[in-house]
Write a protein that binds this ligand. Structure first.
Ligand code: HEM
Length: 528
């Protein structure tokens, strides 16, 4: 039944019901007490609210039709109010590390754009590249970051960080950070070199199984802190007790943030002394290096006294102390796990594809010496295709979301075949999955689930490939991450001849702030 028919039916019915309730309760039974009046008032308020929401729904549908929009599919729910059945299914998928598959099944079953209910809230799911482009780029201002992602990171990053802010506050943070990601900085590979060397020296001798993911997590923490603060945590060599404490707090804060993302406002408004203590300790650790960098800036007044450090670059704009700390912690959260997990996935796929490794080694051996330049790395076509293909099959940020701040149009998803535009009400959360989109058979062909770097020789895609997101909020660390991954691969295959998988289970993804491999990535190597 459409909303007009419901309206025509329900308004006279509730008026009649209310008048009957009044006569029965107050006139006939003489219950003219305060509680019966209050009961009657509550009943009336409910009826008015229901009629008003039906009226609004009707007006919304009229506007939607006038704009040429179509209705959107709705996923079926046994519990149509809270959607508890869907929530429990998602929870089970999360626990068995199959949440990304759960999204894939839902998109295949209910359509590329559909509504679902999550704990009483209507959520728009869309995997239409055109819709994602509209949300992230063309109409970005209608779609701020809100909801779970915000609840997840606010307690750790505060409202001013590039990661949690919107509008003017976000533009200010982005402008401050932009110069620190300029190309010149990226071409200086010395910062990675030492940490990659430390990691390679920890890899056990021929044939012994080890977890590549945990080594890569240590390496990216060492290189990120070195790059950002000018002082590495040195987890792979001789970490100080302060550095170890910092890393423990960082990992604890990330885990608790992921819980906030799942339970949203429920946890966000409850006090969490453990998290507060960890965040305080994180900030104080960064403050020590910030103070050192400020002192060195005064002492050296414009003279370059050490190789590139992100903090030195930031301080050129004289930002306030706590604001700077917000941004540094944001970048560490945004860049450390993502890069480590992206590299883990590359090694996961290579360990299962010896023919790809042979082709990669041939390309690497065409470059003399053990230390490539930035330009050489950029021109290694096959190596870059491998990284691209791995990020297609496994994006560390496998899903993403925004919330509409006004009634707004999306170009697709309406009508029987989903080709009409849709009108989205204000306050609607929208979620999409780069992971599912990047495995679309429509775009990537029937072998979309296979690891085949050669497909990138002639494949041209746009918004169907978004491991680093897109639009003005595109990941500013993209080149930094890609360079670090390429450099690691180069050095790894100059040292080792082959890599073999030592686990045989299916590919699973543990969903947290970033997806990771729940049981690590067990491999063994042979020396070159
Ligand atoms: C393979 C590694 C990486 C992947 C897959 C990745 C992915 C992403 C994605 C998908 C977003 C968009 C999030 C959203 O729209 O909600 C993002 C944002 C961001 N990333 Fe990355 N990232 C990676 C590495 C890095 C690195 C190394 C850094 C810094 C050194 C970094 C810094 C940031 C920042 C600051 C943002 C927020 C940008 C903004 O809101 O304007 N990322 N990243």
């Amino acid at each position: 039944m459409d909303s007009l028919a419901l309206l025509a039916f329900s308004v006279p019915l509730s008026a009649w019901g209310l008048s009957r309730a009044y006569v029965w309760l107050i006139v006939e039974n003489g219950h003219a007490t305060l509680s019966s009046y209050l009961f009657f008032l509550a009943l009336s308020a409910l009826a008015v609210k229901l009629s008003l929401s039906l009226f609004r729904k009707h007006r919304f549908e009229c506007r939607s039709r006038a704009l040429g929009c179509g209705p959107v599919a709705v996923s079926p729910h046994k519990d149509p109010v809270l959607g508890l059945d869907g929530f429990l299914k998602a929870l089970r998928a999360l626990k068995s590390h199959k949440l990304l598959d759960f999204y894939a099944v839902n998109f295949a079953s209910y359509g590329k754009t559909h509504y679902t209910i999550a704990l009483g809230k209507w959520v728009l799911m869309t995997n239409e590249a055109e819709n994602i482009k509209t949300i992230l780029s063309t109409k970005m201002d209608d779609w701020p970051i809100a909801g779970p992602r915000l609840f997840a990171t606010l307690p750790v990053l505060g409202p001013n960080s590039i990661f949690t802010s919107n509008g003017e506050a976000w533009r200010r943070a982005r402008a401050l950070l932009k110069p620190s990601f300029e190309r010149d900085q990226l071409t200086d590979l010395r910062c990675f070199d030492r940490h990659i060397g430390n990691m390679l020296s920890k890899i056990p001798a021929d044939g012994i199984a080890f977890d590549m993911q945990s080594l890569l997590l240590d390496m990216t923490m060492d290189s990120s802190t070195d790059f950002l603060l000018g002082y590495s945590t040195n987890l792979l060599t001789k970490a100080s007790p302060e550095a170890e404490h910092f890393v423990n707090n960082f990992e604890y804060a990330s885990r608790e943030s992921a819980k906030n993302a799942r339970l949203g406002p429920i946890l966000y408004y409850l006090p969490h002394p453990g998290l507060q203590k960890a965040v305080h300790a994180l900030r104080e650790y960064v403050r020590v290096y910030l103070k050192k960098a400020m002192a060195e800036k005064e002492q050296h007044a414009g003279i370059k006294h050490r190789s590139y450090v992100f903090l030195d670059e930031l301080l050129k704009a004289n930002p306030p102390e706590d604001y700077t700390i917000d941004q540094i912690i944001s970048i560490l959260i945004a860049g450390r796990d993502t890069t480590a997990v992206a590299m883990t996935a590359v090694f996961y796929f290579l360990a299962r594809n010896p023919a790809v490794v042979n082709k990669l080694r041939a390309e690497i051996s065409s470059i003399s010496g053990d230390t490539p330049t930035w330009e050489q790395l950029k021109h290694m076509k096959y190596l870059n295709n491998i990284v691209k293909e791995s990020l297609r099959l496994f994006s560390p940020v496998g899903t993403n979301s925004r919330t509409s701040n006004k009634e707004t149009l999306l170009p697709r998803g309406g009508g029987r075949d989903g080709s009409k535009p849709i009108l989205v009400p204000e306050g609607t959360p929208v979620r999409w999955s780069s992971h599912v989109l990047q495995r679309s058979k429509e775009v990537y062909g029937p072998d979309a689930d296979e690891f085949r770097p050669e497909r990138w020789d002639d494949l041209r895609v746009s918004w169907e490939y978004i491991p680093f997101s897109g639009g003005p909020r595109i990941c500013p660390g993209q080149q930094f991450a890609l360079t670090q991954i390429a450099y690691t691969l180069f050095k790894f295959f100059k040292t080792f001849h082959a890599i073999e998988a030592q686990d045989s289970g299916p590919f699973l993804a543990k969903a947290s702030l970033t997806n990771s491999l729940p049981y690590g990535c067990l491999v063994s190597v042979r020396r070159a």
